[in-house]
Design a protein around this ligand. Sequence first.
Ligand code: FAD
Length: 413
Amino acid sequence: MKRNDERYGRALVIGGGIAGPVVGMALQRVGIGSAVFEANPVASDGVGSFLTVASNGLDALRAIDAHLPVVAAGLRTERMVLSSGTGKCLGVIEAGIPLTDGTTTTTIERARLYRALHDQARQRGVSLVHGKRLIDVEDSSDGVVARFADGSEEHGGFLVGADGIWSTARRLLDPDAPRPEYTGLIGVGGLARDVDLDPDPGTFEMMFGLRAFFGFIAIERGRILWFANLPVRPEPARDTLESVSPSAWKAQLLEAFAEDASPARQLIERTDDSAFRLAAMHTLEPPRAWHRGRAVLVGDAAHATSPSSGQGASLAIEDAVELARCLRDASDLESAFHAYQRLREARVRRVLRASRRTNSDKAAGPFARKIRDAVMPLVLRRMASPERQLWLLGHHIDFTGPVGGPRALLAAA
Ligand SMILES: Cc1cc2nc3c(=O)[nH]c(=O)nc-3n(C[C@H](O)[C@H](O)[C@H](O)COP(=O)(O)OP(=O)(O)OC[C@H]3O[C@@H](n4cnc5c(N)ncnc54)[C@H](O)[C@@H]3O)c2cc1C
């Protein structure tokens, strides 16, 4: 049997966010060479706010021995405490299901996560090239050509679109693919300093406020990461979002949390404008086919759950690892891509459904809010049992086992 890199040729991985470097590392594990092409001209230090990589995402990283640097750069996150705007505790749930080495869900600043993944990929010899924005793909019987905005092109055996929710690769694969849908929420986040508050380490506190949702976790005494989800309709244009100054957003947030019994206002006030990030929150239904010819999609390019699920990064990592396993075990690209979509689709759709429900809770009106606050403790009590969370947080990819193994057969049943 031919070696995998001879069978498939080099992979052109588009996008050096979260999925991209993991694809590079996972493909290397199964003997396939790759290069990752990222549109940003420089490494994405300082991008975005922070996110949680759930235990299932870390488990997938662990399959390729890549989880420890991520864990080391983040905050161990053991539980989430949810409360209402009046300060009433609605429930406590586990944030993750610990792996056998004790690792569990980790909250990490986005820039640190990128760095932890990029550094590892580079150390393992995966090439990461910045300043390469994909604009076109040409597929032929013996290879694929990626064309970039700087006029250069790259030839490879196949292409992996890991270029995020606004993916160019997806549009080129299928111009009729679903487009991102606005959730009705703007996500704002920041790092508050010199805060007179000493929350439990390892606890993510979250509040369904009267007018907006708020969450925070302590990095150390006095330094706290926070985020808010603010219902805003209709969707503001990107330019409009960017043109509003951090101080104007702060004023809007301070007003949104004015009536809540939470430390939201203190944390917002103690956040420097330069440590203040915001983005409209979107979801993306997966296209009918996640692949065409010699190209395949992973991560947010293929499907995006809203940030409310806390699963986007983890699903992207799972995709990357599962794709490599399918390529290892299949006889050709078409069957590998087909097996990959079959293994991933039902799970991804289930997470999407669950995150849609959370979004509507966050944007609830006065009546729905009353019902939510009455029903939520019961729902959370049920969710608190590890069995209920197992399908999500305990998902395990048997990387060394065959794709057609018992687990895959059960999942497909
Ligand atoms: C406010 C907010 C909070 C979130 N919180 C969480 C959370 O707590 N937990 C969680 O799991 N997820 C969270 N997410 C979702 C998570 O960030 C995404 O699911 C995750 O980043 C997807 O990884 P990815 O690699 O597929 O895409 P991305 O991380 O978006 O990476 C895509 C990369 O492709 C590059 N790119 C784009 N176009 C091109 C092109 N044409 N050519 C070359 N490169 C290109 C981009 O520059 C980018 O670097 C959050 C998202 C937002 C917006």
